[in-house]
Design a protein around this ligand. Structure first.
Ligand SMILES: [Zn+2]
Length: 121
């Protein structure tokens, strides 16, 4: 995925949710991050491990943090509140929840998803 494509995805999300976000790329990190409405992403080429969220899902995850900050004025942690934001973003992007790779997101988030779809842990 090219830098320009990543920016386009974020732009589409920002328009859909009517918020302003910024994106910055980080050459050294493999993980993403988000401070306020500034989304930080590793370069695509640094993220080829299967154990990590697919890059598109990573964008959705970090965008959800930005959305939380804009809506609530505070950083969202990986609990219930964030899970609902992420679900909203995932649904708007994929049209369903199943396309997001929940199993490789944080355990707390995967746990909430499993609970929702009725999987016994
Ligand atoms: Zn996160």
């Amino acid at each position: 995925m090219l830098e320009q494509e990543v920016k386009e995805i974020i732009e589409i999300l920002a328009v859909n949710f009517n918020i302003e976000v910024e994106v910055k790329f980080n050459s050294r990190r493999k993980r993403g991050g988000c401070i306020k409405n500034i989304i930080k992403l590793p370069y695509f080429k640094n993220r080829h491990k299967k154990s990590l969220l697919p890059y598109e899902d990573l964008i959705l995850h970090e965008f959800s943090h930005a959305l939380g900050w804009v809506r609530f004025g505070e950083e969202t942690r990986h609990h219930n509140g964030f899970y609902y934001l992420l679900k909203e973003v995932v649904k708007s992007w994929y049209g369903n929840l199943e396309n997001y790779k929940w199993s490789v997101d944080y355990a707390s988030i995967y746990g909430l998803y499993q609970k929702e779809i009725g999987v016994q842990c």
